[in-house]
Ligand binder design. Sequence first.
Ligand code: PMP
Length: 451
Amino acid sequence: MSTSDVLHRQLDRRLPTVVSGSGPYLVDDEGRRYLDASGGAAVSCLGHDHPRVVEAIARQASRVAFAHTSMLTNAPMEELAHRLIDAAPPGIARVAFLSGGSEAVEAALKLARQYFMEIGQPERRYVIARHQSYHGNTLGALSVSGHAARRAFYAPFLAQNVAHIPPCYAYRHQAPDETPEAYGLRAADALEAKILELGAGTVAAFIAEPIVGATLGAVPAVPGYFRRVREICDRHGVLFIADEVMCGMGRSGTLFAMEQEGAVPDLITVAKGLAAGYQPLGALLVGQRIVEAIAAGSGALAHGHTYMGHAIACAAGVAVFDAIREEGLLHNVRRLGGLLEDGLRARFGQHPHVGDIRGRGLLWALELVESRDDKRPFPRAARLHAAFKETAMRHGLICYPSGGTADGLEGDHVLLAPPYNAEPAHIEEIVELVGKALSTVLSAQLGSDEP
Ligand code: PMP
């Protein structure tokens, strides 16, 4: 047992104490340096000491930190909203600022329900989400998350008006004789089947991550999937919520991941990259027809939190947004993402225990399997992902491994999400350290020398 008074996530583990950060590196109090190849869970998209963001936070703190946004607005919040609306897909009209991803998802779910109350369709009470998804840990967000392990303890508290369909997960669900396009249509049609099963006119919203992050590890949809989803939602009057908490704000190579899908959501959540970890900040982008329905109806959000639109958090968001734009970082994400993909494929493309290498932009993952031929995962009890996390840290690498989330059909995976302003040499170092950690973990697991 550690002597810490903090209720850490793992009660029996003593964690290194982080004392400083520089570029993509973190340093602990014993002087150990870690290459932060995942920014926690795809958070630190500008590394750990971006001068522009640090300065913006200090400047705003010296002016005013907090004033309740039910009574006053503040300049950074207005500026950030303006920038986001300007850059957002057409039809997105307003932004609400929250303190993180789960809060943004809660607000999206509640606003979807409020919309239908405002327009006189109270019978729309269901939300459809996907298995093996993660939308947050508050009860509403967890209710839509298809993450069996995180739900297990809390099942009686979770909303009952949620149904799940399979994700778009080509590595495991695309049939051998099926094209990606045909698979995408088949996967999306599961949404229509579920709407009809629940009863057309009873479904309020469909929520999905454009690139599945924490649960499956960097799984983008196949081409055409989200276009079909949009058509189905339109046909049945269902709102489409894109959860871009992890894949938004440039992580995919475009500011919003949905820009690459040819379909516009009604509501978009963003968080992690929005303030790049310098402040806790999330946002909900809201489509015009929802704003209009509320304006013409009750005229108010029946929802709010004390720290909405926090001035220092929004000031950090403005600085991050401007850095992404002015430092050409979207281009960098695509360029470095190409290098990372090439590096991973060159090093692990033929690896007997790497079943799949997938991702987009600077969000990539390796799926680890016991057998490549039949895609059989390692036994869940082996907790390979947990061993990988610890081993990688011993090798000086921070990454975000996970696994065994839902139906046991997926393998462990290792998620990588380096900062947008990394150097090519950092990308090489990441591939090298992942390789070292993988050999160490596999030789312990399999009791032999691994490639
Ligand atoms: N949605 C997605 C897609 C996420 O990846 C996460 C966090 N991993 C959340 C929601 C929840 O965000 P937070 O942890 O900031 O509450």
